[in-house]
Design a protein around this ligand. Structure first.
Ligand SMILES: O=C(O)CCC(=O)C(=O)O
Length: 423
């Protein structure tokens, strides 16, 4: 359980009317050297823009549970090992929405060098980093701190370099020389692994092996390569706030520092780093097309006194104008009278537009099982009832947003919002 400090309470009750948050955000953004720049200036107190309304929630952290680890050794040559892996992937994707894979075919030296390459980029002189700093989301290679800095209720203690690798990769010269070769090598290898996992997941769903990997909207890849500097006041801010991923699949490489947690059965569970392993998680769009058979769940990263922590998240989704405009919806083969569609057909482009444009503020998010939609026949504005209230502001994307099953709920409130994607 996390205690709420008096500083945070002051913030929550907004006693300080002279505080100009936008000015602080702008000044930070204009430095173009990210959180690393703040640390380099030698601060011992974190700027107020990083204060979380409270460091997340009161949900307990469980030391007893741990993420399933799935061995992919010899799955192409030994059919019983393949069946075993497929079974484990099915149950982990349903129960956890997360698992780790070992013996996945990407050499440990490639993983280690990728972490080193990303660290080399972030630890270059600020004047060098600055040249790539951008908020232009259609830039293939860019450096930034907090992608949604001006929308989020609190900034995270984290900087990022991102690479859009497919369908339209950057030229090698666009990738910083300090990490160029390894970014190209790692992204190719992790893309191949992504296809293998899509195959295993297709089999887990009872579909033909190529079903998911041939789905054009899933066939795109971008990397977010994060750097979490050491934080002087980690109790006041998050490395990454709790969220679900708005894509099909994520494959995450993390170093040995730890801090990643997954919400499972209403408890935060540490994802302990296993050297040589990769973390796999289901995104909102995979939950949507599997009609809730696979779960997209909340995860977060704690900030720490020690650091830096480096991680590389590879997201599988094709958000290009072509791939992003293809229609997706619950896979017909999975539907039946007992399993009617939970979502209407949509496109990646539509989901993304709504994600970025229609963020509404509500008090925490609602547990799916406790949603009562007044008129299920309507696809536009619907009234939903949630058993949910908290004094802390949180954000939730409403339209087409997949509300994770594990979200906390406490008291009854009624919120009217658009849920055109969720029946
Ligand atoms: O850094 C991590 O371990 C997780 C990053 C993450 O959740 C994200 O990029 O969406």
């Amino acid at each position: 359980m996390v205690a709420t400090s008096s500083k945070q309470l002051d913030l929550e009750t907004d006693k300080d009317s002279t505080y100009d948050r936008i000015a602080e955000l702008k000044a930070f953004d204009e430095t173009k050297v990210g959180v690393k720049g703040i640390v380099e200036s030698g601060v011992t107190k974190i700027p107020r823009m990083f204060y979380s309304a409270k460091v997340e929630d009161y949900t307990e952290t469980s030391a007893k549970l741990s993420l399933p680890i799935i061995d992919l050794q010899d799955i192409d040559t030994n059919s019983s090992l393949r069946v075993e892996a497929v079974d484990k992937i099915r149950s982990a994707s349903k129960e956890w929405g997360f698992f780790q894979v070992v013996n996945h075919g990407i050499g440990v030296e490639v993983l280690d060098e990728m972490i080193c390459g990303i660290r080399r980029f972030h630890e270059q002189d600020g004047e060098v980093r600055k040249k790539l700093y951008s908020r232009e989301t259609n830039t293939k290679v860019r450096y930034f701190s907090n992608g949604s800095l001006f929308r989020d209720p609190a900034a995270n203690w984290r900087d990022t370099i991102s690479f859009v690798m497919t369908p339209d990769p950057p030229s090698p010269e666009e990738i910083p020389a300090v990490c160029r070769d390894i970014v190209i090598e790692y992204s190719e290898k992790v893309r191949a692994l992504g296809f293998t996992i899509f195959e295993l997941m297709s089999e887990a769903l009872g579909l033909h092996s190529s079903y998911l990997k041939e789905l054009e909207p899933a066939d795109g890849q971008f990397l977010l390569c994060h750097y979490y500097p050491p934080c002087p006041e980690p109790e006041l801010t998050m490395g990454t706030s709790k969220h679900t991923d708005t894509n099909f699949l994520t494959i995450l490489l993390q170093d040995q520092m730890g801090g990643l947690q997954v919400l499972h059965k209403n408890q935060w569970v540490d994802v302990h780093p296993v050297h040589g392993s990769l973390v796999v998680n289901i995104g909102d769009l995979l939950q949507l097309i599997t009609n809730d058979m696979f779960a997209s769940v909340y995860h977060r990263v704690l900030s720490r006194h020690t650091g830096p922590r480096i991680s590389v998240a590879s997201f599988f989704v094709n958000a290009s104008p072509h791939g992003g405009s293809k229609v997706i919806g619950p896979i017909k083969e999975l539907l039946s009278k007992d399993n009617p569609p939970m979502y209407r057909d949509t496109t990646v482009k539509d989901v993304y537009a709504r994600y970025f444009e229609k963020v509404i503020s509500m008090k925490r998010s609602a547990r799916v099982s406790e949603l009562e939609i007044d008129n299920p026949a309507q696809w536009s504005t619907k009234k939903v009832k949630t058993k949910e209230i908290s004094n802390e502001a949180d954000t939730c994307m409403a339209e087409n947003f997949v509300i994770p099953r594990d979200a906390n709920t406490t008291k009854d409130i009624c919120i009217e919002f658009i849920v055109s994607g969720k029946r």
